[in-house]
Design a protein around this ligand. Sequence first.
Ligand SMILES: Nc1ncnc2c1ncn2[C@@H]1O[C@H](COP(=O)(O)OP(=O)(O)OP(=O)(O)O)[C@@H](O)[C@H]1O
Ligand SMILES: [Mg+2]
Length: 366
Amino acid sequence: MDLASHRFMSYFEPLQAAHLCQIAVLESFAEETLVFEEGDPADFLYLVLAGEVEFSKRIENNKYQAIAVAGPDDFFGELGVLDGEPRSARAVAFAGSTLAKICREELIATLELAKGRSVLQMFNFIIKNLRDTTDQYVSQFVHKQKMVLVGEMVSTIIHDFKSPFTGIKLSSEMLKEMHPDQETQEWCELIQLQVQRMLGMAEEVLEFSRGNSVLNKKPVNLIQTLQQFEKLNKVYFYVAKVDLMMEVTEVIVEADENKILRVLQNLVGNAVEAFGGRGGRVEIIVTQSEEWAEISIYDNGPGIPQAIKEKLFEPFVTYGKRTGTGLGTAIAKSIIDAHKGEITYDSEKNKGTTFYIRLPKNLAVG
Ligand SMILES: Nc1ncnc2c1ncn2[C@@H]1O[C@H](COP(=O)(O)OP(=O)(O)OP(=O)(O)O)[C@@H](O)[C@H]1O
Ligand SMILES: [Mg+2]
C-alpha cells in the first residue's frame, strides 16, 4: 500500500497528513531484520506498508516469546514515542516488508496541533492493540500453566504406579515359570508388554508437557510396527467390536518406533472412542513414494465435531468426552513434527475420518 492511504494518515487533517507523508522515511527489508530491541530508546513510530513485523519479549535463557504480529495498515512503536519509555518488546521485520518511520519529535509536534478527533482515533487503535496483545499473553500463560500442571500430575502418577507395575511384572514372570505351556507364555508376555507400554505412555505425556520430544531413531520396518500394534490391541479391539483392516507395503523409515506406535494408538484410540461402544471399522493403509512413507488411518465413525475442526491438533482441545484431556492428537502431531513429517485429516459427518501421515524415509541422509 502507499503511505498516503495508510490508516494512520486518515486520523489527520489533509495538510497535516501531507506533512507526515513528507517527513516519513521509507525502509524496505530484503531479509529478516531487527527493527528495534527490547529496551532500546523509542525514537520512531512505524507504519507497516507491506509485509509483516513480529513482536516478541525476552524470556528466560535469552529465548524470545512471540506476542503479536503487525501487517499492512497497522502501526507500532507508538507507546514509547508517546510516553518516552524504552521499547517494551523486540520488533523483527520479515523479508519483503516495507515500513515508513516518523521521528518522535515531528510526531509529537504534529499531535500537539491535531484535533481531538485525530487523537481519539489513534487511541482507539492503540487500545485495541493492547487488548489483543493482553488476551494473547493471558491465553499463552494459561496454556503454560496447564502444561506445568499436567507435567506435575504425570510425574506423581509415574512415581506411584512404579511399585504396582513392578508387582504385576513379577507376578506374570512367576506365572510364566509355573506354566510353561505356549498359551500362558504368550498371555504373560502380553501383560508385560502392556505394563511397559503404560510406563512409556506416561513418560511421553511428561516429555510433551516439558516441550521436548527426544527421538530414539533407527531403521523401522512399518510392517513389523503395525503387526506389533495389532498384537498389542487384539483384546481392546475385540471388546470394542472393532474390525481392523491393514494393508501394508514393506517400507523402512528412520524413526522412533515407540513414538510411531503412540501416534497410531492415539489416533485409532480416538476412532474407537468415537464408535461409542457400537463398534466399527478401522483401516490402516501404508504406501510409499520415493521420499515418503505414507500412512492413512480411516474409521467409519461419526466424524470430527465441527466445533473443533479448526484447532484439533492444539493441546487441550477435546469434545464430547467425559474424560478427554485433549492431548492425544496434539501429542501425535508433536511426534510427527519431530520426525519432520506431516499430519493432516479429512472428516465428514456420519461418514468417517481419515488421518494422513507422511514420514520422510531419510535412509540415505541418515
Ligand atoms: N476419529 C475421530 N472421530 C471422531 N472424533 C474424533 C476423532 N479423533 C478425534 N476426535 C475428536 O477430537 C477430540 C480431540 O481428540 P484428542 O485425541 O486430541 O483428545 P481427547 O481424545 O479428547 O483426549 P485424550 O486423547 O487426551 O484422552 C476428541 O475429543 C474427539 O471429539
Ligand atoms: Mg484422544
